[in-house]
Design a binder for this molecule. Sequence first.
Ligand code: ZN
Ligand code: ZN
Length: 414
Amino acid sequence: MSKPKFINLHPKDTGFGLPRAFWGHPDTFLPNADRDGRIRRWGLSPDTEEDEDESVEGFEIPAAMMRTMQTGGMYLKTPSPEKQFVKQLEALDIAELERSDYILKITLTGEGSVKVWRRVKISGGLSLAVLADKVITPLMGWTRNYHAHLWTDFKDGSVFGPKLGWESIPEPKWRVAHILRKPGDVVEWLYDCKVQPSFLVTFANSGSPCESILPGSESNGKVEVLVGFGACPREDGKNVWNWKRDLDKLRTGSYKEKRNLLEEIYQSMNYRNKGLTPWGNPDFDPTRFDTAEAIAAIKDALSLPGSYRQGSKTWVMPLAPDALKIREEGVKGKKVHTMNTPDDGGFLFEATTGKRDGISARACSMCGTPHNLRVDTACRAVYYCSRECQTEHWKQRHKKDCKRLQKSGIDAHA
Ligand SMILES: [Zn+2]
Ligand SMILES: [Zn+2]
């Protein structure tokens, strides 16, 4: 058996039982896919063909287990080939790709039942955390700091996300260029994953083919909304099939059914601030996408220095006196924002972090590039790529935010 090129085996280790992938370059490593060609579970499963060649006569001992038994003592001082290989995967060379701009298409999945998609230009150097919270969430029309999300890289099944109750690779230090390496690569962005497993498969479950990569010389790193189609489903409206049923009802339902449903849509988190009413806006257009509105939402998100990605907005019904106490006194170490609900006496509660985003999860507050960032020395809360961006942002909105941020510290309230 030849020697692997990118990992070092112990002199007594023949490499028996190691996955065949270890003989290749980590950059082209591809674990086994499931039946639809996607890899959802990350892992280096042993090559089964090799098992047959070297299995012990009369025993069905998997090669991986044999390997553990035979080589267990060899790698006490040096990292095992498995660990070395994973290290190589982590050290992918992204120098060129992170300087390149990407054009992404983000599509709501669900077997084509409801068409919602957006196309946007971003930098390959953008952190997955920024892309999720400050670009895709506002671009699609969702509410920031409301629901959690997860990324799945179908090439190797790795899962990236904010710190939640379960294991995922912490997203802030991972760049777009780590998981989208060539045109046609697809990752899944799963929105609102905390509620029920049934949400996982359908609702706002968006695949984003990386459609093209512009060479570094043509790239400026700025976030640019290119085009889009379709209204965002209402927040908390369950899965994409429920949204399809809603849209059907708006088309064919009785006057009363339509009115009640419109009322619900216009009261949902992501529609409630648009000033829409069933009588003033009786026709909901499911094909509508307003580029200017999307640009404004992204600008708002980029303007704010902190993110709170764990989905901190919660509806509270003050049945117990304690609920009102939370509202008045807040939560230790957190800023608290509340908003009344119109008719039931409840309120929306949001705790936000007092910390600004970590160094790896930053972008220019004006244009969204992750490159050449310098802190605003007055508030030390926002970052800019250039004097032009700083001046423009000051004129547009930071003039009034800067003082507030100096006084009250960072505030991710969205
Ligand atoms: Zn800029
Ligand atoms: Zn400032």
